[in-house]
Each structure stands twice: as C-alpha cells, then as structure tokens.
Design a protein around this ligand. Structure first.
Ligand code: ARG
Length: 574
C-alpha cells in the first residue's frame, strides 16, 4: 500500500470521513520541509464547529501513529505528515536488498490464470512494425503478470489460415521458385502473392483455382495441406529468429488453422440458441441491440472466417485454461472485430466473455527516418532493429575511443546489440499504448533522454561504482547502515524506489507497461541527481560511504528488474 493510502486510512479513522474523500483532499506540500503529505482541515469546520487551526491541533495530538514511519504536525489549518526518513530508508532499502531478483514480486495473482495473446503475425507476410508493437507490449504484459504470481499462458494466434492460402497455393504451383523460397521464404511468398493479385485482374480462372485450393485445404487434401505446412514452417523459422533477438517466447503457437475443425460446434451452439440467421447467403449473428453490425460466422460458400475462428479459439481457451483473464493484444484498428466477437460469446451464454479483453494500441509512425525498405512502404522490424543497432554502435565506439576504455570489438558489438534493441523496445513501452508512436533516432538514442540507453547506461555506471568499491575493499553496508540515508537527494531516490512495487500493480490493472517505464525512469533520474551531488566512494564517513553503496545496489536491482519487465536487457559495463 502506498503512503498516501496509509495516511488516508489513519485520517478516515480519526475524522469519520470516507476514505475516498480523504484521498481526494490530501495534498503534496510545495516544499519537502513542509512535510510529505498535508491534510487541509477546512472541511471539518462545519461539523465540528471549530476553527480549522484548532481541529488540526487536536488531530495532531490524537492521531495515533506509533509503529508507523510517519509523524504528524499541525501547521495552521493543515495537518502535515512527515515520513521518518531513517526508518523509511531502513524499510525500503532493506526490502530491496533482501528481495534481490524477486523485488517487486507478489502473490496477488496466485492461483489465477491469465492468457496473453500477442504478436500473431500472418504466415507468408513480412513482420512489420505493427506486429512489433503487439509483440513487445504483450511480452511485457506476460512478464508483469508472471511477476505478480499469475499463471501466464503466452499465445501466438498465428494468421495461418484463410482464403489467401488458396491464392498462395495456386501462385506457388504456377510461378514458385524453390531456391528463392529456401533463401528468403517471406520474400518469395510475398512476390508470388503480389503477382497473383496482378494477374488475377485479367484471369478469373485464377480466382476460381484459389477458391478451390482453399476448399481442398479445409477438407484436408494432402497435397494442399503439405504446401500450406511448408509455407507455415518456413515462415515460423523466420519469425522465431526475430523473437529470439528481442527475447520473446510463447507457450503456444496455435494459429487460426488450429480452430478450423472446431467451428462446426460453434455453429451448432449458435443454431441451438436461435442466433444464426441467413443474410445474403451467409450465416450471421445479428448484434443490433448492441449497436454493432452483424457478425459473419460462415460465408456464402460455407467457408469459415476470421471471426468464427476467434469464437472457437475463445471457447477452446476457456475449456483448456479456465482463464480468469483472456487478453488480446491487437491494434486499435480491430476494436470493432473484438466487440463483435465478445458480444456473440455473451449472447451464446458464455459468461467468460466478460473476462475477455481487447488490449489495443495505436499506430507506428516515423520522423526523419529513411529505410531502404525491401517491401514497398512498410517498415520491417528487422530493418528497424538493424538500423538502431548500427547507429548505437557508432555512438558507443566513438565513446570507447574517446575514453580509451580498451573495449574489444566483440564487446562493443554485444553492447550495441543490447542497447540498440533496447532502444526500440523502450520506444514502444514508454508511453500510453493507445497513443500513436513516433520513432525518431535523435530521441530514442539520446543517452541523456527518456530512453533505454540512458537507463542501461545508468545501470552499468552504477555497477562499475560497486565493482570499484569492492576493489578498494569498500562493500555495501548491512541493514544497520541504511538509516544514514536521509539527505534530500537520498530521500527523493528512496521514495522513487518505494513506489516501484505499486507501479507494477498499476501496470497490470490497466495493462499499461509504461507505468513501470515511468517509474524506472524516475528512479534513474533521482539516482543520477544523488550521484552528481554526493560523493560515494570518496565520502569521508566510511559508514555513510557503505550505506550509499547499498543504495547503489538497490538502484541496480530496481532498474534491472524494471527493464526486465519491459523486455529489455541490461549490460554490466559499457
Ligand atoms: N493475424 C492478425 C493480424 O495480423 C492478428 C490476430 C489477432 N488476434 C486474434 N485473436 N484475432 O492482423
């Protein structure tokens, strides 16, 4: 529980006001020396028939704060609360040092199952930056839920089905080049797919053949299935390489195809409930009462469609995992689709529909960035990563030369890869997900800005202080030293550290990783202020020096764990 909430609890008890009301009233005084929180007593004047000054004086003497980290003092009509800095430091730093890697973990999710569906790219199509958004956001959410003790199932609902596979089969038989396919499968599949659409304009036979091939695929004809399987396997090899590079994993790759034979059951259920109606040859569920357009379940040629596969997959997920939450990390543009799917589930009597959530996100845009894109005007994640790593490498190599760090080329490569990839990931998670993202090299690679390089650099430099201390025989203090960490900079830093756990819970409640990103960034900024204003290793007071080293250790733990929750890896030196 954060401090404001705790204080509100004491105040509610002492005044008889409602907790929420007190929360609204509590203020943060403009200067630290006036206290950490302030409660204005004006509101009680009427009911208590006393002047606010008197009330605050009375409250100061009656409110019982023994055993807490707070003291209260009346200042005019305000009751000001002060956090006792020494016991506060003892609590917060002590907790981080003893928790280590599990700092921020909790048990609130124990026994609960959460499905996080993310990435879900389309087979045979390039992996563009829009898919990067879901992949990075979903990966972070999966890590966040796991940290909070949930049992997390990470699903990749691959776009591995649909009429486009009929087209690909036809196109491959006509123009496919085996060698090109082996060399760069996505490129070759895209080439023949584009060609199909060009040729189709003048050749209606192609359309018929493609439809026929998709029907055969749905019926399980071996030749068509074999080709489809080949396209799927080859695309997955390419996707998995990318996932590896950005540290993303899945428990399950059941794509749309997996649900194709589970659709008849859905059709039966909808029929039984009298929900399925004919419309222009297709079978649909009307959703007028929800203010939504009809949801198509079967097309006029009886083939299945994207939405029907999502209905079958939701039911499958519920039966298999009994989820408490089923999250779909998919772009804003599909908001209507998910509203329709959830509404149909609800109408069909599946109450788990209420536990399904579309976690949407905005568009990806670019400011002064030019890519030699291979695929028209879409930007591929791989190109974005490569360019980011290349630019990061230039910065690091120049810096290493200037400081004569003696770093080897391999070390520079390794650091550039982690920072460059981290910079891309951080850009996706640093702001509210529904906002569009604008990429700009200047901003994302600014080592002093709100960027991954800044955070990782702060971490690495702090690790180097700890190593240097160790080499001089100066080790972080034990718990009895922490109470020395009470000056304004130390205190501000410790407050930022204290709010870290709460930021993870808030991030999970709103499915917004940026809440963690913001907290880690605040910790790093407060730490750098502390670092610039205080001497750590050169401190005259040996006890204080060791306490400050312990604080450095706590900062490293928080930054490392926070970045890990965002899917970003730190480096130990740079
Ligand atoms: N494959 C789809 C696309 O790339 C996204 C799938 C989203 N997930 C779902 N369950 N419909 O647009």
């Amino acid at each position: 529980m954060d401090y404001k909430t705790q204080i509100a609890g004491f105040l509610a008890q002492a005044t008889g006001l409602e907790n929420d009301k007190v929360m609204d009233l509590i203020e943060i005084p403009p200067q630290l020396e006036m206290g950490d929180y302030a409660f204005p007593c004006f509101i009680l004047a009427k009911t208590m028939h006393k002047a606010p000054n008197m009330i605050s004086q009375e409250l100061a003497s009656t409110i019982d704060l023994t055993g807490t980290v707070f003291t209260a003092r009346n200042v005019g009509p305000y009751l000001n609360f002060f956090i006792n800095r020494d016991s506060f430091a003892e609590n917060v730093v002590g907790d981080i040092i003893t928790s280590g890697d599990s700092f921020g973990s909790s048990e609130i999710g124990n026994g609960k199952n959460v499905i996080v569906e993310y990435s879900s790219p389309n087979i045979a199509k390039p992996f563009h930056v829009g898919h990067a958004f879901t992949t990075i956001l979903g990966n972070s959410l999966a890590r966040i839920y796991k940290k909070l003790g949930y049992n997390v199932v990470r699903m990749n609902h691959l776009g591995d089905y649909g009429t486009q596979f009929g087209k690909l089969i036809t196109a491959y038989r006509l123009w496919g080049d085996e060698e090109a396919l082996n060399e760069d499968p996505i490129k070759e599949l895209l080439r023949i797919y584009v060609k199909f659409h060009q040729e189709e304009k003048n050749d209606p036979e192609l359309t018929t053949s493609a439809r026929e091939n998709f029907r055969k695929l749905e019926e399980g004809c071996p030749d068509e299935v074999a080709l489809w399987q080949k396209f799927r396997d080859m695309s997955l090899v390419v996707f998995k390489k990318l996932y590896d590079r950005i540290g993303v994993e899945f428990d399950n790759y059941n794509g749309e195809s997996y649900y194709s034979d589970k659709i008849p059951e859905i059709v039966d259920i909808l029929n039984e409930k009298g929900l399925l109606v004919e419309s222009e040859g297709a079978k649909v569920v009307m959703l007028d009462d929800e203010g939504l357009p009809p949801c198509i379940i079967l097309k006029s040629d009886n083939t299945t469609i994207y939405a029907s596969r999502d209905l079958a997959s939701a039911l499958y997920r519920y039966r298999t995992y009994h989820f408490d939450k089923n999250i779909y990390v998919v772009g804003n543009t599909q908001a209507l689709h998910f509203k329709q799917v959830f509404a149909v589930l609800k109408k069909a009597g599946f109450d788990f529909a209420d536990n399904c959530e579309h976690v949407a996100f905005g568009l990806v845009k670019f400011k002064d960035m030019i890519f030699s894109t291979r695929e028209g005007n879409i930007v591929l994640l791989e190109d974005l990563l490569n360019e980011s790593v290349k630019k990061t490498r230039e910065i690091i190599a120049a810096n290493a030369k200037e400081r004569s760090t003696g770093m080897s080329e391999e070390e520079i490569d390794d650091i550039a890869e982690k920072l460059g990839v981290g910079a891309v990931i951080y850009t996706f998670v640093k702001s509210g997900r529904e906002r569009d993202i604008v990429f700009s090299w200047d901003e994302m690679l600014d080592f002093d800005g709100d960027t991954a390089p800044y955070l990782i650099y702060t971490y690495a430099r702090t690790r180097s202080i700890l190593r240097k201390g160790e080499s001089q025989g100066k080790l972080p203090s034990g718990p009895d030293g922490y109470k020395l960490l009470t000056n304004d900079d130390e205190y501000a830093l410790i407050r930022a550290l204290a709010d870290f756990k709460e930021s993870i819970i808030k991030a999970a409640n709103s499915n917004e990783p940026f809440m963690i990103a913001r907290q880690v960034a605040l910790i790093a900024r407060m730490h750098n202020r502390f670092y610039n204003n205080s001497s750590i290793l050169n401190c005259d007071d040996e006890e204080l020096c060791r306490a400050r080293l312990a604080l450095c250790e706590a900062v490293c733990t928080a930054i490392r764990e926070g970045l890990n929750l965002l899917g970003i890896e730190c480096v130990e030196r740079m």
